[in-house]
Design a protein around this ligand. Structure first.
Ligand SMILES: [Zn+2]
Length: 80
C-alpha cells in the first residue's frame, strides 16, 4: 500500500504521459499527504504540465531535453 519517494516520483512523471489508474492515484495521494518533498515536486510537476500543454500538440511526446528547458524557464520566471 505504501510507496516510497522514488515510486511516487515515477507515478508523477507517468501522469504527464497517460492517466494513472485509480489505485496508482490513490497510492500517490496517500504518499503526498505525508511527504512534503514529493508534494512540492508534484506542485512543480503540475505547473510544468500546464505550461507545456499549451506549447505542444497533445499527442506528441516531450523529450527529456525539452522538459529540462521548460523547467529552467519556469525557474527563471517564477518563484516556486
Ligand atoms: Zn516522498
Amino acid at each position: 500500500m505504501m510507496i516510497n519517494c522514488r515510486q511516487a516520483t515515477e507515478l508523477m512523471s507517468k501522469s504527464d504521459e497517460k492517466n494513472l489508474s485509480v489505485g496508482e492515484k490513490f497510492k500517490l495521494y496517500i504518499h503526498l499527504t505525508f511527504c512534503r518533498i514529493c508534494k512540492l515536486f508534484s506542485r512543480q510537476n503540475k505547473l510544468l504540465i500546464q505550461k507545456y500543454k499549451g506549447l505542444k500538440p497533445a499527442n506528441e511526446s516531450v523529450s527529456a531535453d525539452f522538459k529540462k528547458k521548460v523547467i529552467e524557464r519556469l525557474n527563471d520566471k517564477e518563484e516556486l
